[in-house]
Design a protein around this ligand. Structure first.
Ligand code: C2O
Ligand code: CU
Ligand code: CU
Length: 557
């Protein structure tokens, strides 16, 4: 009798807290280097009653496949626009040229195709893709046109980490959405009350009783998530936007601003049969940061309240099942080599201010350096290979997630204080809190193009669409006075075949490798690199540092 009573209590405890009803969908994978994407109008039955109009890729009714790319691959994509609307597809976080980046200057008209190709130069991490047609980014993205990109590389592959997709390595695309009474997705408001994971309402995921990697992406319009486990249970943050951290970081919370990604490892060893709520602890988000409690609004502000603001809610129920036959072992002590750019390399400094159009306004629109976005106006001209510090000053009472296209950056400091280890990695997003001043540092290498601009913007999609965005071009170097024919790299072996190890003695300058036709095939900010070269055609390659030092490399079959 007593035992039965206890059993019942146990179930009440675990199942009342967890709310999962629907199995989480895991997006299919497409493995590169060649991708065919078709962006389509679709519908999905989210609620009883009318179907919801959605946008999705490749026959899905919401979101798109996970694209898997290896660093060094020559990626070729065909995007078919089957929408009734012009759109673009942007590779968020990837270091690619301005004309392949998929920003607002690469429109794909209805029934037209776009064929970007690029070499994958990025470190292993979780990136994503979404539309970026100016004024329609929120609508297209929030209606479902988004997907994950997983980049793999040698460094990550050599680590003992969970990486079996859909087995112990899961994409977790978190979105909070506002639905109208007609069941349609509203992309203008901030009264989001529905949380979806991978497009699923009230989801649960069966995970094995071992170490599991979750690739978190916040693909919401404006909501910040503060991800954690009940009882402050610990887990590990292993990667942020642009790559793995130096070492696994024990945490109890991971902040996820719109556009941001984080890779975490949760250990479910010995927990078979239990049910655990992955939650967002909104009650801990500060006032003024979307997702936290509402600030006191000036009279006349349109309503911004959402039942999710300032409260804790479940994002995903994790049901622990059986262990797989060969689970990944202990987490490695160190993960990826960190290539933070030293401040001493900075060649220039710029100031960027966020201000509201109406002083004191919480609701936007907001400006960057007093301007609103204009397609025809280039805001910044940056010389190729410049290392720049951007001082970003948020002079508004709300937090804005700042995003830079094409080039990763590092956060130098917040209010003059060094950031914690969770923010020291390679990034393309940074949340700037109300009235805060932060500094970031970035190197603008490889992709000069004086006519096609890259974007920088607030990743709150409605702010971006309202014009909280600017554009920069990377200017080609006028002379080649730096092209000293001098070897400053130690390269082994050379000639090479399957792989090549490089010591960059010009470090912390970066280096790039070009083929004999001048096409970029590799780029790095690291001191040492081990490059997979199996797929490189044989021939002559040139390694060039950002200072212009060069060395000839020979590849044989
Ligand atoms: Cu995720 Cu400019 O975009
Ligand atoms: Cu982007
Ligand atoms: Cu903003």
């Amino acid at each position: 009798m007593v035992i039965r009573f206890l059993t019942i209590l146990f179930f009440i405890q675990t199942y009342v807290l967890a709310q999962g009803v629907n199995p989480l969908q895991i997006p299919d994978t497409l493995i590169g280097p060649f991708f065919n994407l078709s962006i389509d109008e679709s519908t999905r039955q989210f609620f009883p009653g009318p179907l919801t109009q959605t946008k999705a890729f490749n026959g899905n009714s919401f979101l798109g496949p996970t694209l898997i790319i290896r660093r060094g691959w020559n990626v070729e994509v065909t995007v078919n626009n089957q929408l009734a609307d012009t759109t673009t597809i942007h590779w968020h976080g990837l270091h690619v040229s301005a004309h392949t980046d998929g920003g607002p200057h690469s429109p794909i008209l209805p029934q037209q195709q776009w064929n970007p190709d690029f070499t994958c130069l990025d470190k292993a991490s979780t990136y994503w893709y979404h539309p970026h047609f100016h004024g329609k980014t929120a609508k297209h993205t929030l209606e479902g046109a988004a997907g994950i990109i997983i980049v793999r590389d040698v460094e990550e592959s050599n680590l003992n980490l969970p990486r079996k997709y859909g087995v112990d390595d899961f994409p977790v695309i978190v979105q909070s959405l506002e639905f109208g009474p007609d069941n349609q997705i509203k992309t203008s408001g901030l009264q989001d009350s529905i949380v979806l994971v991978n497009g699923i309402l009230k989801p649960f995921l069966q995970v094995p009783a071992q170490k599991v990697r979750l690739r978190l992406l916040n693909a919401s319009n404006a909501r910040n998530f503060n991800i954690g486990l009940p009882g402050n249970a610990g887990f590990f943050l292993i990667g942020t936007d642009g790559g793995l951290l130096g070492r696994p970081l024990p945490v109890t919370r991971v902040k996820l601003a719109p556009g941001e990604r984080a890779e975490v490892v949760v250990d479910f060893t010995g927990q078979q049969g239990s049910s655990i709520s992955l939650k967002s602890y909104g009650s801990e988000i500060p006032v003024g940061t979307q997702g936290g409690p509402l600030p006191l609004m000036p009279a006349g502000t349109p309503p911004m309240d959402s039942p999710l603001n300032g409260v804790d809610f479940e994002v995903l129920e994790l049901r622990v099942g059986a262990m797989t036959s060969n689970p990944s072992g202990n987490l490695p002590d160190s993960l990826a080599a960190q290539t933070r750019i030293p401040e001493s390399l900075a060649t220039d400094e710029r100031n960027l201010r966020f201000t509201p159009v109406v002083p004191g306004s919480y609701g936007g629109p907001f400006l960057l350096n007093d301007s609103t976005f204009k397609m025809e106006r280039i805001d910044l001209r940056i010389p190729l290979n410049a290392v720049e510090i951007w001082n970003i000053h948020n002079q508004t009472p709300v937090a804005h997630p700042f995003h830079l296209h094409g080039f990763s950056f590092y956060i130098l400091d917040r209010y003059g204080a060094l950031v914690g280890p969770e923010e020291q990695g390679r990034r393309d997003m940074v949340l700037v809190y109300p009235n805060e001043q932060i500094r970031i540092i970035s190197r603008f290498s490889n992709f000069a193009d004086s006519t096609t601009p890259f974007m920088y913007h607030c990743h709150l999609l409605t702010h971006e669409d309202e014009g909280m965005m600017g554009q920069f071009v990377v200017m080609p170097l006028v002379s080649s006075q730096n092209q000293i024919n001098q070897s400053d790299f130690s390269v082994f072996p050379n000639p090479f075949s399957e792989s090549i190890d490089i010591q960059n003695s010009d470090y912390p300058e970066g280096f790039s490798v070009f083929n004999n036709m001048g096409k970029l095939v590799f780029s790095s900010d690291s001191k040492t690199e081990s490059i997979e070269t199996k797929i490189w055609p044989s021939g002559i390659y040139w390694m060039i540092s950002s200072k212009g030092k060069r060395q000839k490399l020979i590849k044989f079959q």
